[in-house]
Design a protein around this ligand. Structure first.
Ligand SMILES: Nc1nc2c(ncn2[C@@H]2O[C@H](COP(=O)(O)OP(=O)(O)OP(=O)(O)O)[C@@H](O)[C@H]2O)c(=O)[nH]1
Ligand SMILES: [Mg+2]
Length: 165
């Protein structure tokens, strides 16, 4: 029987969560697009092996969808906090993380410092200092980063579930 492992993507609107899902689930090389805010939630699936699939669940980041996050976080084995890498965005992400921290107990939690291609981006190590969780740099619009993104999730889950990856 197929086992589904839930991974929630959390973060402010415009951070790059939908783009990250597209990067991980779609083989397209055209990842950059005009911003269309996710209404409520979005999802994608990664197949790990015959028995295991990962459900990626994006929680819409616009503030009027935040009331849905507690329900959407339930049952998540891993939470990926996606942030833009400007100082202002990272501080906002820190606030969100503090607010919802108690809901993340028991899940593997990592952060992605996205949009590293933009000038003035904070380095992942500096973002990590502010957020206090393992943080990795990313350019979600770059198809060359597909494998890196995939590995971040699979490695993060390795401690939580038996995966053959
Ligand atoms: N330059 C650059 N732009 C990016 C990157 N990742 C995403 N974007 C762009 O940023 C915008 C927002 O990306 P989305 O993936 O829609 O953001 P989101 O986090 O899903 O936003 P919500 O659905 O509102 O929560 C889009 O126009 C993307 O093309 C990146 O690494 N670099
Ligand atoms: Mg989205």
């Amino acid at each position: 029987m197929t086992q589904y492992v839930k991974v929630a993507l959390m973060g402010s609107g415009y951070a790059g969560k939908s783009t990250l899902i597209k990067l991980l689930t779609d083989s397209t090389s055209k990842l950059e697009c005009n911003y269309r805010p996710t209404v409520g939630m979005d999802c994608g699936t990664i197949t790990l092996d015959e028995d295991t699939k990962i459900s990626l669940v994006e929680m819409g980041g616009q503030s009027h969808f935040e009331f849905m996050w507690p329900d959407m976080l339930q049952g998540s084995r891993m939470v990926v906090v996606v942030t833009e890498s400007t100082p202002k965005a990272v501080l906002k992400t820190r606030q969100l993380l503090e607010k919802h921290r108690h809901r993340l107990d028991g899940a593997q939690v990592i952060a992605i410092a996205n949009k590293q291609d933009l000038p003035g981006s904070m380095k992942p190590a500096s973002v990590q200092d502010l957020l206090g969780i393992p943080t990795y740099g990313m350019v979600a619009i770059d198809p060359k980063q597909r494998l890196k993104g995939y590995k971040l999730i699979v490695d993060g889950l390795r401690d939580m579930v038996q995966v053959a990856a």
